[in-house]
Design a binder for this molecule. Structure first.
Ligand code: 4AD
Ligand code: MG
Length: 477
């Protein structure tokens, strides 16, 4: 007999049929009630064991975490809390989980504790819900772009250039014990190294994405990116997934429209397709909020927050306007900004971004036209000669979720900017070529996928929305 998923059984109509399910035991109560989960849904199915007719050695192995096959009859539940349950005829223990050793017990474990058990934490309700939402969001990302005429481009993981010019890269080299590529001074000799030049793990697929947009028209990337920034925050990972659309003949306004439409689509998709998981995460969050002092509690429920994003326009504000707002702001009677914006030209700190989004506009904000000095070399210089056509999208509770720009398409201006920023032009010869042959206006952005998952699930630490987080001093799994 073919086995069923728990999701099928819980949503199906047919009662009194013989069923077979495979899953992991969540709890076993009163020697009688198994709560079984197989990952197909947040909900467990209740399996009622006929303990008098179950051998003692089998009963002993019915423990939290054990893998089992259960066969029986699907009946209307006698108890409260579920519509159907399985009257167990046969239970086969596939893999035991010794309760003395198995760390995921039926009690509330802290997220910190579960981070230490990253290989097992997906067996909890919270993490399975988050990972199902993550999966749905990635499907929605592809669906959005594919439906809108974008081509999926796979840009290289190993690159020879620093797209962001921030120097936060992981070096790639070979481990050839017989012939290490070292020179007399014990330094890596790149001429001797595998690629014959210095290479790094990519920080962004943008530059290569631009090359493909200037031929395919509309492209997107969706892949892992790497940053060796030593910031141990709840928003940064050393390895994260980025979605980077790039579009030929599109200016900054069109880029903002695209980003807003895209985010609304994927969040809407999750709302429509992950109802049970979001409902669970919302309840979880409500419990968590109750432990906080009144003043710090979030005013909105998770799904209301998601709907708010769908139903309201993002506020579009220039950097210059934002500085004015911040200069005139009184963030809090007691608490001032630890770093007050005094001058035009300063980079915004996350507390400023949060003030704009959460206190001033109370909505997602698109900040644009930043000072050239604080942004990457590839952004298009405005006529004022001091700002660039950059855009950052700031989200409540998250801060920056998107960074993007209209690209500098003028050969001479780009060359000048590369020089002014002290970047070696030779590294970017092919990128400059794109401006020599058939150049055109084009724009794109990068959305940090984990920050999107954070927002959608209401989780607060980025380590909890990626299966195996990579952060400084942490690559255990
Ligand atoms: O703002 P960033 O650095 O922009 C770029 O990389 C551009 N090349 C994108 C483009 O225009 N195609 O990064 C884009 C986004 C950020 O807004 C943030 O959401 C996310 O990537 N991000 C990170 N997410 C997790 N951990 C990190 N260390 C991140 N750094 C950036
Ligand atoms: Mg950025």
């Amino acid at each position: 007999m073919k086995s069923n998923t728990i999701k099928e059984l819980l949503t199906g109509e047919k009662l009194l049929q013989e069923v077979k399910v495979k899953g992991w035991i969540r709890t076993f109560r009163s020697n009688r009630f198994i709560a079984l989960n197989d990952g197909s849904t947040i909900n467990n199915i209740q399996c009622v064991v006929d303990f008098e007719n179950t051998p003692e050695n089998v009963l002993k192995q019915i423990n939290t975490g054990a893998a089992v096959t259960i066969s029986g009859t699907l009946i209307e539940s006698q108890g409260k809390g579920q519509r159907v349950e399985i009257q167990v005829q046969d239970i086969e223990i596939l893999g035991i989980a010794n309760p003395e050793e198995y760390p995921i017990q039926p009690k509330k474990h802290s997220l910190e504790f579960l981070r230490e058990k990253a290989h097992l934490r997906v067996r909890t309700s919270t993490f399975s819900a988050v990972m199902r939402v993550r999966s749905a969001l990635s499907f929605a990302v592809h669906q959005y772009f594919q439906q809108n005429g974008f081509y999926y481009v796979n840009t290289p993981i190993i690159t020879g250039s620093d797209a962001e010019g921030a120097g936060e890269m992981f070096r790639v080299t070979t481990l050839d014990a017989k012939k290490p590529p070292l020179n007399d001074k014990n330094e890596i000799d790149y001429k001797e190294d595998f690629f014959g030049k210095e290479t790094n793990l990519t920080v962004s697929g943008q530059l290569e994405g631009e090359a493909y947009a200037m031929g395919l028209g509309k492209i997107y990337t969706f892949g892992p990116t790497f940053r060796a920034e030593n910031s141990n925050t709840s928003r940064h990972l050393a390895e994260f997934w980025m979605i980077e659309p790039e579009v030929a003949f599109l200016d900054l306004d069109g880029n903002m429209d695209l980003a807003e439409d895209f985010i609304k689509y994927v969040v809407g998709y999750a709302l429509d397709n992950c109802k049970d998981d979001l409902e669970f995460l919302e309840q979880r969050l409500l419990q968590e909020e109750k432990t906080k002092p009144q003043a710090e509690r979030s005013e909105m429920k998770l799904t209301d927050k998601l709907r708010f994003v769908l139903e309201n326009n993002f506020k579009r504000v220039s950097y210059t306007e934002a500085i004015e707002i911040l200069k005139n702001s009184k963030p809090n009677k007691k608490k001032k900004f630890s770093y007050t914006i005094k001058e035009w030209g300063a980079d915004l700190q996350s507390e400023h971004e949060r003030y704009l989004v959460e206190k001033h506009f109370k909505a997602p904000v698109i900040l644009f036209d930043y000072p050239a000095k604080i942004k990457a070399f590839y952004m298009r210089l405005n006529d004022d000669g001091k700002t660039v056509r950059a855009m950052d999208i700031l989200f409540p509770g998250i801060g920056e979720i998107v960074g993007g720009a209209q690209r500098e398409e003028r050969y001479d201006v780009l060359k000048e900017k590369i020089k002014a920023m002290g970047i070696d032009e030779k590294e970017l010869w092919w990128y400059l070529d794109l401006r020599k042959f058939g150049t055109a206006t084009h724009s794109g952005f990068g959305l940090g996928f984990e920050r999107l998952v954070l927002f959608t699930t209401g989780m607060t630490n980025i380590r909890d929305v990626i299966p195996f987080p990579r952060t400084p001093q942490n690559a255990e799994f």
